[in-house]
Design a protein around this ligand. Structure first.
Ligand code: GRF
Length: 190
């Protein structure tokens, strides 16, 4: 068995992907250990989930920093302290800057709720439903300096439920939780 990868999960929201990754690490279906949960939103629900799971939380409210470089320098210090080897973004609502990209080259992964390059950015599920596309999906990709633009690692299609953002989102989230775990396993132990 390969040694477990040490990962830091970055999240700003509800954290259903964080919870799925945490559960997979605990049950051994993902051969990794979450050494830190990083957030820019101390009030986000994901912070509660992490605390309940006994995962260390590091909150860095970005408004307290004058520059992205200063903000990421503090995050990097913490990541090095806990020995994080990979950064896994799961609903982290900030672009990654030069400091973290340089420290973790090709070691930052993101998940996005569309078939990129369609519908990048915010509200991807709403955009797909409003646009009337019949099929949308989920993309896991490596992170670069752009918004949802890095090399694609995996994609899975999901049927759009016409005029129904809520039900389409439910279907997408279920696929996300499964696809992220499988893709990370392949990536960490390639
Ligand atoms: C997911 O749809 C993910 O693809 C996107 O942000 C959402 C986060 O959801 N990047 P959750 O907080 O993990 O429930």
């Amino acid at each position: 068995m390969n040694p477990k990868c040490k990962i830091a999960v970055f999240a700003s929201g509800s954290g259903s992907n964080f919870a799925a990754i945490e559960e997979a690490c605990r049950s051994g279906t993902l051969n990794a250990e979450i050494v830190l949960m990083v957030t820019n939103k101390p009030e986000a629900y994901v912070v509660k989930r992490a605390a309940q799971a006994g995962i260390q939380v590091a909150a860095f409210p970005s408004s307290e920093y004058a520059t992205r470089a200063a903000y990421e320098k503090d995050i990097l210090k913490k990541l090095q302290e806990v020995g994080a080897e990979w950064l896994v973004l799961a609903g982290y609502m900030r672009l990654i800057g030069e400091t973290l990209l340089t420290a973790y080259p090709s070691r930052i992964v993101n998940i996005h709720p569309s078939l990129l390059p369609s519908f990048p950015g915010k509200d991807a599920i709403e955009q797909a439903v409003e646009h009337g596309v019949k099929v949308t999906g989920v993309t896991v990709h490596l992170v670069d300096a752009g918004m949802d633009t890095g090399p694609i690692l995996a994609q899975r299609a999901v049927d759009v439920i016409p005029d129904n953002v809520e039900k389409t989102a439910e279907a997408i989230h279920a696929v996300e939780h499964d696809l992220y775990k499988d893709t990370l396993n392949r990536l960490f132990h390639a």
